[in-house]
Design a protein around this ligand. Structure first.
Ligand code: TNX
Length: 678
């Protein structure tokens, strides 16, 4: 492959542009060169995509042209994604696109008639430019996520890399299968800060998720300040699961300003936030806070009547037991507290939904339970919101707009899927999150001697033999439960991170990646025969999934290097430094799940000498993927000439990668190093 730009260096460090080779795949480089198959590995799979053999290459003069204010804002998003790694200015401008530009336009490309909500896009890449067209800004934003994935993975780097930055010539028409594509995060069992949650939102946005469901309250913690009820946070925020509470894990809460800033951050990623304060069970934190709030002027002086739990007087529960608590439907104080919460959260949440929870209530009669949810749904609807809840709520006679989220692990014609059938019978829109296919707190694999992740991380109640990528991918949301009396109205899918065992973003990410992208693909991509590990759709998915790994490393996303995914070595950049006639090079290498000792690396310097290269980095550990590795070598050139060098890396099961460079040594023993072969 010809070198692109020959740069003479005589002293200082220089980053070199290198070639990544995945097994059986040629890498892309110069304009018009062959497109790398790995650069067309898009998740979720687009509705239709054709790719050619040539590429579009970004240059320092590439601009992003926008035809409207809304397109302009998304163009700024694209620029922000691409500037750090390219180091290019990528000016966002109005007007007409020129040679080598991105063109982002709001309009109707005429190909999106099956797009349910205007979230689709049309993306056309030629060797001379990229045109992205959509009917809404959200559609453009989804197209931008695809553009990121069409570029080499190293585009996710936060520091400048040399490229080349290529997109395969391609035509993509794309729109979602389902309206609702959610991820739920529980910040009640363990507190997470607004900054952490924003990072997580940025991570899920890359997979075209459009709903972020935030579980704000449970038995162990209440996480948002509510005006007039300061004890909800001064007392209720301070617990957590599994830590004996306050001394080991101080908990925490968000101010309303924090909450608004997360809502705004989600909205900037075209994600709607749904708040959930679980009721009438799973709310011991509220009961603990308000049981003794006798001086609160909004309450009637005997607030202890909110507690219908057998645990009376209440005590903290740091274990996460099922069915632990219940608020009393007969207490005025229950409704004063809940109405205040619902009003304030509804006012803070511009999205259409408010989630009432409604799951796992064992301490009320069915009649009490139904009455509770019927009353609460009315309060929610009075705020102009759609009342949502776990599918248990379908037992109640809810009028007005209500959505059920099905979470039981039972499918087919199992009688245990009755909450789904009740919801379908009542015509409720249904979101699918069956625990054995969509609960991200469940262990990846488990047997008698080894558990992944090992205790105490992850739960196994829905996944006694483990739930790896295959279990998350091979099911169909619309047909999972059969035998409904009426055609069910499945509006989408959601994966859920429960955090009884997970304390921070690293642990959350380890459970969410690589499984959350499987749920994202079920939500976005067309129906397919997704049945088993041998189905073509799954084989294709895990190939595309493997190509995400380098992006996760660069984005700081921890992930489980599942044995179900055909990970491969990916090498991108060598930083070279020259001292006299001595060349030292460092190559970044992604090798998911491989320890540094198991990567074999060498450098052929082109002058007849080959040396072993060192592979340094952090091996994987419990709940932590191995780091990116640094492959290093150095060599002194003894004679003048032009030399084809190559860094070669190999790991059993992950193929080989090689990185070419060209060294020119002049008569004074000064080195010039360039990318690619000579
Ligand atoms: C069930 S699913 C729960 C949660 C737990 C989760 C753990 C549901 C609506 N309730 O309270 O955190 O299992 O997997």
């Amino acid at each position: 492959m010809a070198s692109l730009n020959r740069i003479a260096i005589f002293a200082s460090a220089l980053a070199l542009s290198l070639t990544t080779v995945t097994p059986g795949v040629a890498a892309a480089a110069a304009p018009g060169a062959a497109a790398s198959a790995s650069s067309a590995h898009v998740v979720p799979l687009p509705v239709s995509m054709t790719t050619g053999h040539r590429v579009f290459t970004l240059t320092p003069s590439t601009r992003i042209v926008a035809n409207s204010a809304a397109a302009h804002a998304v163009a700024e998003d694209l620029a922000a994604y691409l500037r750090p790694a390219t180091g290019y200015p990528l000016h966002v401008v109005d007007g007409n696109p020129g040679h080598g530009d991105f063109d982002l336009r709001l309009g109707n490309p005429g190909t999106l008639s099956h797009d349910p909500d205007g979230e689709g896009y049309q993306l056309d890449t030629s060797t001379t430019g990229v045109t992205l067209e959509a009917m809404t800004a959200h559609g453009l934003f989804n197209g931008v996520q695809t553009i990121r994935q069409l570029l080499p993975a190293w585009i996710e780097s936060s520091t400048v890399r040399p490229g080349p930055w290529t997109i395969p010539v391609s035509h993509i028409t794309d729109y979602p299968r389902y309206t609702y594509r959610g991820v739920m995060l529980d910040i009640a069992r363990h507190y997470e800060s607004p900054a952490t949650v924003k990072k997580f939102i940025g991570q899920i946005a890359a997979y075209k998720i459009n709903i972020f469901h935030l579980h704000l309250s449970d038995d162990q913690g209440f996480r948002i300040a509510i005006n007039s009820f300061p004890r909800l946070t001064s007392i209720g925020s301070q617990g957590s699961v599994g830590t004996d509470g306050r001394t080991m894990d101080p908990g925490g809460f968000w101010t309303q300003a924090d909450y608004k800033s997360v809502v705004a951050y989600a909205a900037a990623h075209f994600i709607t936030l749904i708040p959930e304060v679980d009721s009438p069970g799973h709310n011991n934190a509220i009961i603990m806070s308000e049981y003794n709030d006798t001086a609160n002027p909004l309450l009637n002086g005997h607030p202890q009547d909110i507690n219908c739990g057998t645990n009376n007087p209440p005590v903290w529960n740091f274990t996460g037991d099922v069915g632990y608590s219940a608020m009393c439907p007969s207490s005025d104080n229950t409704w004063t507290i809940l109405t205040t919460i619902i009003k304030q959260l509804s006012a803070l949440s511009p999205g259409p939904y408010y989630d009432m929870g409604g799951d796992e209530v064992t301490q009320l009669t069915q009649t009490q339970y139904n009455g509770f949810l019927e009353k609460e749904a009315g309060i929610v609807q009075a705020q102009g919101k759609i009342a949502m809840g776990w599918a248990d709520i379908s037992a109640a006679n809810l009028s007005g707009p209500t959505v059920a989220e099905y979470w039981a692990p039972s499918g087919g014609n199992s009688p245990d899927a009755s909450t789904f059938r009740d919801a379908a019978a009542k015509g409720m829109p249904i979101v699918m999150a069956p625990a054995n296919h969509a609960y991200l707190d469940q262990v990846y694999s488990e047997n008698k001697t080894a558990r992944v992740p090992p205790n105490p991380f992850g739960q196994d109640w829905a996944c006694a033999t483990g739930c790896d990528v295959d279990q998350f991918y091979n099911w169909d949301p619309s047909t999972f439960v059969s035998g409904a009396p009426k055609k069910p109205n499945v509006i989408g899918v959601e994966s859920a991170v429960w955090t009884e065992t997970l304390r921070n973003l690293s642990e959350i990410d380890y459970m969410a990646f690589p499984r959350m992208p499987a749920t994202a693909e079920l939500g976005w991509s067309p129906a397919a025969s997704r049945t088993s590990k041998s189905s073509p759709a799954y084989r294709d998915f895990v190939q595309r999934l493997a190509s995400q790994a380098t992006r996760w490393y660069l984005d700081g996303v921890n992930f489980y290097p599942s044995p179900e995914v055909p990970w491969h070595l990916a090498a991108a950049t060598m930083r070279a430094s020259v001292s006299g006639s001595r060349l030292s090079g460092v190559v970044s290498l992604a090798a998911p799940g491989v320890s540094p000792a198991d990567v074999k690396a060498s450098v052929s310097w082109g002058d007849g000498h080959t040396t072993r290269a060192d592979v340094d980095g952090t091996p994987g550990s419990t709940m932590k993927v191995n780091s990116l590795y640094a492959v290093t070598g150095s060599h002194t050139y003894k004679q003048a000439g032009t030399f084809n060098g190559v860094v070669m890396m190999h790991a059993a099961g992950e193929g080989s990668a090689s990185v070419h460079f060209c060294v020119h040594v002049n008569a004074k023993h000064q080195l010039a190093v360039a990318t690619g072969g000579c």
